[in-house]
Design a protein around this ligand. Structure first.
Ligand SMILES: Cc1cc2nc3c(=O)[nH]c(=O)nc-3n(C[C@H](O)[C@H](O)[C@H](O)COP(=O)(O)OP(=O)(O)OC[C@H]3O[C@@H](n4cnc5c(N)ncnc54)[C@H](O)[C@@H]3O)c2cc1C
Length: 487
């Protein structure tokens, strides 16, 4: 078996295994458990922890090492919802069903929040609040969204006017914003490590460097083949994301791998606080940028997505230029670290959570919003196995859809570039319109002034009986191609 392709990492490995503290052996002996989880990312660890807490014996098989995949790359932003715009979800499954899914995502946030305390995960560095900013002048759309999120789905949200957004983020690139005061951020890597430690304490056995090579479904107890041993389990959870491979090629084919690069800048000093006064995470509505301040004066920033793996080092320049375009006042920004991870994007944009066939479960396709959604997947699947709870069926409408293979990747990359360009062009136009609006306002003010000068001059003329063909210079200017006087 060819091991899954490695996540490209530049510089010091941001998720180097702490082998001294966490010596996870390979599986070298045959083992019998209630539940076998394939993949030790956020999804696999979440299911394993929940299932062990419910009393099951659990083994996790990890082809590389814990957090090797996308989970070791996150920016640590925990938001409500899924990767699909809420309006699209409502259109597809209706308001009531969307509302139930939305509530689940908030339950996922609460699970993460309860786990990630300074006591349980020292150094987790919690910050609160998230700002979703628009690259274009939204106006009515913003009000609609606020109504849906706040009134219909009971989410704590606040609409910010342009001035307030720009007061916090000193760039003219952004217009309105939606503030999520209950969203929060944490150190993503520490969270994965913390989850791993919690799972271990709950009795989960984690085997690293142990790829699952295939599954034999015959018999009540299924058998999972690994290079050196076999494992038997009543239930199996496929949580291998885009690298799952042989255990279920069909499932792997439903995910479009999207590589996302991230950078951590060198300390930027006080100039950063002058540019960005918001302490939580910032993302634009087009999904172009997602960033936040960490460690007081550094930026953590995710860059563009590609459907083919690109060394993160090669994307550093692009991200630097993006930072400079938004915040030129920061001057030259040095990058301390860059890395990337492959997220699994489904065709419908929703995660794959549920039972595929008796005893075979899936937890994958979490896209860009994996922290809260993997937490809820863990809970739903564990409760489904242990108690027969059927809440996972809320994800039934989102079936496994083939992602298009290699052609899908090429098309996906094209769409991503086009969407990115479209978003940037829309932003450019919006800023142009804004500048045009300012120019027009100044013109109006000049006109008002000219008109009032004309009026007062007219009054004066009436009093002094001036000749009719003499006019105020300002009023003449106003007649030269400017709109008529505003009364
Ligand atoms: C740069 C970046 C920033 C992000 N920021 C955020 C953020 O701020 N907030 C947020 O919510 N989400 C974020 N995400 C998304 C989030 O990271 C993912 O949704 C989430 O980590 C997916 O977790 P997973 O467990 O499904 O997959 P992975 O983390 O990819 O885990 C899958 C694991 O399965 C293993 N595996 C695969 N096949 C096998 C096999 N056959 N046998 C054994 N093991 C196998 C792999 O080695 C891997 O370790 C970000 C992603 C990236 C890339």
């Amino acid at each position: 078996m060819t091991p899954p392709a490695t996540s490209a990492t530049n510089g010091p490995d941001p998720f180097a295994p702490d082998t001294a503290a966490n010596p996870h052996a390979r599986l070298t002996f045959d083992l019998d458990v209630d539940l076998c989880v394939i993949g030790a990312g956020l999804a696999g660890l979440s299911v394993a922890l929940e299932a062990a807490q419910q009393g099951l014996s659990v083994a996790v098989l990890e082809a590389r090492r814990v957090g090797w995949g996308a989970s070791g790359a996150t920016l640590g932003s925990v938001m409500p919802g899924y990767g699909v715009p809420i309006g699209d979800l409502i259109e597809r499954i209706g308001v009531a069903h969307t509302g139930e899914l939305w509530t689940l995502s908030r339950e996922g946030m609460a699970i993460v929040r309860a786990r990630a305390t300074e006591e349980t995960m020292p150094g987790i560095a919690l910050t609160t609040g998230a700002l979703e900013v628009s690259n274009v002048d939204l106006g009515d759309r913003l009000i609609d969204r606020l109504q849906t999120l706040g009134v219909d789905f009971g989410t704590a949200v606040e609409g910010w006017q342009i001035e307030r957004v720009r007061d916090m983020l000193r760039t003219n690139r952004y217009f309105h914003g939606i503030h999520f005061p209950d969203a929060f951020q944490l150190d993503g890597r520490r969270y994965v490590r913390g989850l791993e430690a919690m799972a271990r304490r709950a009795g989960v056995r984690i085997f690293e460097d142990t790829p699952a090579l295939g599954i034999d479904f015959s018999g009540i107890r299924k058998r999972v083949a690994t290079p050196n041993a076999r494992l038997r389990a009543s239930d199996i959870v496929l949580a291998g994301n885009v690298d799952l491979g042989a255990p279920s090629p069909r499932l792997t084919a439903t995910l479009l791998p999207m590589w996302r690069a991230a950078v951590l800048t060198e300390p930027l000093g006080e100039r950063l606080a002058d540019a960005i006064a918001f302490a939580g995470s910032i993302a634009d509505t087009d999904g172009v940028d997602h960033y936040r301040i960490v460690g007081g004066d550094r930026l953590l920033w995710t860059g563009p997505e590609t459907t083919f793996e690109v060394a993160p080092k090669r994307l550093e320049g692009l991200i630097r230029r993006r930072i400079a375009a938004l915040y030129p006042q920061l001057g030259a920004v040095a990058i301390a670290q860059s890395w990337s991870g492959a997220i699994g994007q489904t065709v419908h944009g929703m995660p794959q959570i549920g039972e595929l066939r008796r005893g075979l479960w899936v937890a994958s396709g979490f896209g860009r919003q994996g922290l809260a959604t993997t937490a809820i997947a863990g809970r739903l699947i564990a409760q489904g196995i242990v108690h027969g709870d059927q809440r996972w069926r809320l994800f039934d409408p989102f079936e496994l859809v083939w992602a298009g293979g290699r052609i899908g990747r090429v098309v996906g990359q094209g769409v991503s570039i086009v969407e990115r360009r479209a978003a940037m062009t829309a932003g450019l136009l919006a800023r142009y319109r804004e500048r045009a609006a300012v120019r027009s306002r100044l013109r109006e003010e000049r006109l008002q002034a000219a008109n009032s000068r004309v009026r007062s001059a007219g009054g004066q003329r009436r009093a002094d009986a001036p000749p009719r063909d003499r006019a105020e210079p300002g009023a003449q200017d106003a007649r030269r191609g400017e709109p008529g006087p505003i009364e």
